[in-house]
Design a protein around this ligand. Structure first.
Ligand code: ARG
Length: 577
């Protein structure tokens, strides 16, 4: 039940205020003693020609405000404070969660609406570094969030598989390529010859000319160049897909930049027809002064296309194909201007849906006291970060199992360490607002008591073990709808129930702001409240069987909420740890 809404309805019925207005005015008091919701009467003073304090006194005696889920309505000065009946509240929240299970938080808000989520989009023949992990993790989570809310989601990977660098790679491969090395470690080999190309190019301008000619041939569809490019693309994709599989990430398509190259002439024609193309230093550009943007280059002086023109073609294609309600691009903040230019060109060309395109930016990735045996100078590969994280979690888990005398097979430990290790990395990316820079440190991310995935997963696993233990003793949780749930009224139980009931709202907010962190923050609050409850109240040692069952049901609610939340972030839970 939406308590706030019901309260607003009752206030609206006895005043002249519209429900929406009342909803805006209702506050959540800073202290529990002041109730769960408060309504300030100041804004009624004018129309009712009375002091706010008197209005509050009059209103509290009105029967319309005495809703059956409230234990008390009282006024303190000009405020009306509403106290929710804790028992009724716990009963309704826990019942709802345990009926929905890990579907808790789902909604129909997005029914019949399509969202295109573009994310990951690494560059072919280049290493997959921790920056690509940021877009991959954010985009994956956003896709899950929109899906949970009922949207049709199209997950697109706009691979960087086109552009002048492929001319260079073709030239370099013909000169120095090593087939065997390519088969063994494709990206390493492609990177090696690419770096070599740039070194050699300094003293040999013929290489530049040759590379340019090769890219032109590629654009013109010459079979040999296309075949080489295809080979580089396929081999890189195999490497990327291994990483995606590890992270549990999938895409609906890999329509990369190359996919749009054949669609660019139509875009150029369209812009020309609308008189938007102008010549500038030999290139064809669209001026964007009225959007306070530098001109957007569409064709270079040699007639070849560039990044921006492929993005124009891609946006138009997405709209034609999916008729999206939202088209979001999960790409680093440094590309903000690029997207502003692309969206402005679309707007200038009369596509109103340009307003539904959104760049979802994110910050930089930094490291504190972490060393990797990286192959390439200062870039950190996602693969290395994952491997290290898993290895470190494994150490901790093995150690813990030993201390507890728990018997776990090597296989079990590996499985748990993999989930928790990858989860720890993912959580670090989504635990704060996406525009902030991230600082990785082992100490922070693997702290089993901090704001981390290990803490959340551990809380989940331990709660599951309580439920298993109860079952062994023949005690089952109270069922949804059972009256015993009304016994959950202690301060700790109430705080926990409240945080669990706020979870669905955090999912909606996450979608509205494209911030998975709304969810990570909420489940972290749930876990903290649960642990406070757990430390202060005995579950299996509770006074009555009824209370035991009620508390077990609360444990179940916590598990359902945590699982739902973790999975929305792209993190897997484990049943024991
Ligand atoms: N491949 C690009 C890079 O790694 C990101 C692509 C972003 N997406 C787009 N539609 N332009 O920097």
């Amino acid at each position: 039940m939406d308590y706030k809404f019901e309260i607003a309805k009752s206030i609206s019925s006895v005043t002249e205020l519209e429900i929406d207005k009342v909803l805006q005015l209702i506050e959540i008091p800073p202290q529990v003693e002041m109730g769960d919701y408060a309504f300030p009467c100041f804004s009624l003073a004018k129309t009712m020609r009375k002091a706010p304090q008197m209005i509050a006194t009059d209103l509290v005696s009105n029967d319309a405000l005495k809703l059956d889920f409230l234990s008390e309505v009282k006024n303190v000065g000009p405020y009306i404070n509403f106290f929710i009946d804790r028992g009724v509240y716990a009963h309704s929240v826990v019942s709802e969660i345990n009926e929905k299970k890990d579907d808790y938080g789902s909604a129909t808000l997005g029914e019949n609406k399509t969202v295109v989520v573009e994310f990951s989009s690494p560059n072919i023949a280049k290493p997959f570094h921790v920056g690509h992990a940021f877009t991959t993790i954010l985009g994956n989570s956003l896709s899950k969030i929109y899906t949970k809310l009922g949207y049709d989601v199209v997950k697109m990977n706009h691979l960087g598989d086109y552009g002048t660098q492929f001319g260079k790679l073709i030239t370099a491969y013909r000169l120095w390529g090593d087939e065997e090395a390519l088969n063994k470690a494709p990206i390493d080999e492609l990177l090696r010859i690419y770096v070599k190309f740039h070194e050699e190019e300094k003293n040999n301008p013929d290489l530049t000319t040759d590379a340019r000619a090769n890219f032109k041939k590629l654009e013109d569809g010459c079979p040999e160049e296309v075949a080489l490019w295809q080979k580089f693309r396929d081999m890189s994709l195999v490497v990327f897909e291994q990483l995606y599989k590890r992270m549990g990430v999938t895409f609906d398509n890999y329509n990369g930049e190359s996919f749009y190259s054949s669609r660019i002439p139509a875009v150029v024609d369209m812009l020309r027809e609308k008189n938007l193309l102008e010549e500038s230093e030999g290139a064809q550009v669209v001026k964007l002064d009225e959007y306070k943007c530098p001109p957007c280059i569409i064709l270079k002086s040699d007639g070849t296309t560039i990044y921006a023109s492929r993005d124009l073609a891609s946006a138009i294609y997405r709209h034609e194909t999916y008729n999206f309600d939202k088209n979001i691009y999960v790409v680093g903040i440094p590309q903000a201007l690029h997207f502003k230019q692309v969206f402005s060109v679309l707007k200038k060309a009369g596509y109103e849906w340009a307003d539904n395109c959104e760049h979802v930016g994110f910050g930089l990735v930094k490291f504190k006291n972490m060393k990797f045996s990286t192959r390439d100078g200062n870039i950190v590969l996602l693969e290395d970060l994952l491997n290290e994280s898993i290895a470190k979690v494994k150490e901790v888990i093995t150690e813990n199992a030993k201390t507890r005398g728990a018997s776990m097979t090597e296989e079990e430990i590996d499985e748990i360490a993999t989930k928790v290790g990858i989860g720890a990395v993912i959580y670090t990316y989504v635990k704060s607002g996406r525009e902030r820079d991230i600082v990785f440190s082992w100490e922070d991310m693997l702290d089993f008591e901090g704001d981390t995935a290990p803490y959340l997963i551990y809380t989940y696993a331990r709660t599951r073990s309580i439920l298993r233990k109860a079952l062994e003793q023949g005690i089952t949780p109270a069922e949804a709808g059972s009256d015993s749930l009304k016994l959950l009224t202690s301060d700790e139980e109430y705080a926990l129930v409240r945080s669990l009931s706020d979870f669905p709202d955090s999912v909606v907010k996450a979608a509205q702001s494209n911030e998975p962190f709304m969810i990570s923050r909420q489940i972290a609050v749930c876990a903290r409240n649960f642990n406070r409850f757990y430390n202060n109240s005995s579950i299996l040692g509770a006074d009555s069987d009824e209370l035991k069952k009620a508390r077990l049901a609360l444990c179940e609610s916590l598990c359902n909420t945590l699982k739902s939340g973790l999975n929305l972030l792209g993190i897997n839970e484990v049943e024991r740890m």
